[in-house]
Ligand binder design. Structure first.
Ligand code: DI6
Ligand code: FE
Length: 411
């Protein structure tokens, strides 16, 4: 083999959780190797199938016995760019106030809006960076970040710019979602329609024009926006050629999951109150169910999403942190996976699918989420004996190293 034809990196003596659908749990291959060239995987299979001696095949060879390699984890639902925090609200909830009561009294999302509007772009980046780093330190290589704490053109723009800058600073892929319909800003009290018009007709087109928007999201909820308002936004997004997703049925059933399915949406997220009919609509549309056990846990919710119905109808399930200052200050996707097992009874394999291949689908990405030739070389190497350990350990640091598009992640 000529030097030019050699792969860049080859990891040998590892286990691979390919997450391919080949019948084996986790698509697992023991005693395996994975090699890549530039940003693409060229080999992911048994050691015995390597087409030569490792050092003849790749420039850099590492033997890592006792490790498992998974696709890099994908956090497909976060609100990690925001100013301040809401620790006081946490204390109020412990004293008995509910999330909705706090929101209706002018706290909640709106208090994060005040802090976010007050922070300049660099300050917002400074505050958000440690949160993104925490996710990366636990194996994340792609993450989604929503706007929604600005709720005015400049502040929403600033949030999305910070999301993009985080990706550049950290060398990872950040996918952005515009969440202008997150809460009604106080200055629009009594003028809902004017705010919805501002979001749909001014903010969305101009932010999309600046290429700051990869997808469009809304909070369809009693304390958020109605079915009709969400529909108006989705019509506009569709006209602009942008995919949609939705915070649906977290606290009540406003028919959001069926609505986003009707638009062929990427995902419906939360889903504690989702009806059987909506599950069928999601299955027909291929809309992913994104489960957010961090918010369920923090709000002491008692009604889990209909996981059996998702399984029965073949709705793909993803798992995400929902990292946000109010309902899910959760800085580890691996912990979200563990919670999905303990609180929602996913199997550890379903949870790992939910943070890899199904999370990629929830973001409309087909080039990652499995370990296979041609896929992006996004991988996480774990110091674990059994893959269930990824969900079993509560906290701790199991990650040995991670790679994004073939480059080692340095934190
Ligand atoms: N659902 C959530 O869980 C977060 N946003 C949303 O629409 C909560 C956001 C917050 O309370 O700050
Ligand atoms: Fe959320």
């Amino acid at each position: 083999m000529t030097d030019d034809a050699r792969w860049d990196h080859l990891l040998v003596d590892v286990g691979l959780a390919t997450m391919r659908d080949d019948g084996a749990p986790y698509g697992a291959i023991g005693n395996a190797a994975i090699g890549w060239r530039d940003d693409r995987i060229v080999f992911a299979g048994p050691m015995a199938d390597l087409p030569g001696a490792p050092h003849a095949l790749a420039h850099h060879v590492a033997s890592l016995p006792g490790t498992w390699v998974t696709p890099g984890l994908i956090d497909c639902h976060t609100h990690l760019v925001f100013g301040g925090d809401r620790a006081e609200e946490f204390e109020l909830r412990l004293e008995g106030a509910t999330y909705e009561e706090i929101a209706r009294a002018g706290g909640g999302i709106v208090s994060s809006v005040r802090a976010t509007r007050a922070a300049g772009e660099d300050e917002l980046l400074r505050q958000s960076l440690p949160r993104a780093k925490a996710l990366l330190a636990d194996g994340v290589t792609t993450l989604e970040i929503k706007s929604g704490y600005g709720l005015e053109p400049e502040a929403e723009r600033r949030m999305l710019r910070v999301a993009r800058r985080l990706g550049e600073v950290l060398g990872v892929d950040v996918r952005t979602s515009f969440l202008g319909l997150h809460a009604l800003p106080p200055e629009y009290a009594g003028r809902r329609d004017d705010y919805v018009a501002l979001v749909c007709d001014i903010m969305l087109p101009s932010l999309a024009d600046e290429e700051l928007v990869d997808a469009v999201d809304a909070f369809c909820e009693g304390i958020g926006f109605t079915h009709a308002e969400t529909q108006r936004l989705f019509d506009k997004a569709t006209a602009l050629g942008l995919p949609v997703k939705l915070h649906a049925e977290q606290l009540s059933d406003l028919g959001g999951a069926a609505l986003v399915a009707r638009y062929g949406g990427l995902s419906a997220d939360h889903l504690e109150w989702t009806s059987p009919d909506a599950v069928r609509a999601m299955a027909a549309a291929g809309t992913v169910a994104v489960l957010l056990p961090g918010a369920y846990y923090a709000l002491r919710d008692t009604r889990p999403p209909p996981v059996d119905a998702f399984r029965e109808h073949g709705v793909a399930m993803a798992v995400a942190t929902d990292l946000n200052p109010g309902t899910s200050p959760l800085l580890s996707l691996r912990l979200a996976m563990g919670m999905a097992c303990t609180l929602f009874r996913l199997t550890p394999e379903e949870a790992l699918r939910g943070a890899t291949v199904n999370a990629a689908r929830a973001l409309g990405l087909t080039d990652r989420g499995t370990l296979a030739p041609g896929q992006r070389a996004d991988l996480a190497v774990w110091n674990v004996r059994h893959l269930a350990e990824l969900c079993y350990w509560i906290g701790g640091s199991l990650l040995r190293e991670s790679w994004v598009a073939g480059e080692r992640v340095v934190l």
